[in-house]
Design a protein around this ligand. Structure first.
Ligand SMILES: [Zn+2]
Length: 56
């Protein structure tokens, strides 16, 4: 068991599923991983195919 999931307050990008903890205590404008400004918005239909790639 090398990696454990811990429950800490943070943000999760709904686009790339990247999770991070903010250091300044405020919501970032963009995802630090994929830099999407819509990281907090659910993925829409046109992006489903991309989301499916991750599952497989
Ligand atoms: Zn992202």
């Amino acid at each position: 068991m090398a990696i454990q999931k811990v429950n800490i307050k943070g943000y999760r990008c709904l686009r790339c599923e990247h999770e991070w903890v903010p250091r300044l205590g405020k919501a970032p404008a963009t995802c630090p991983n994929c830099r999407s400004p819509y990281w907090h918005k659910p993925i829409e239909r046109h992006s489903v195919s991309e989301a499916r790639k991750k599952v497989i």
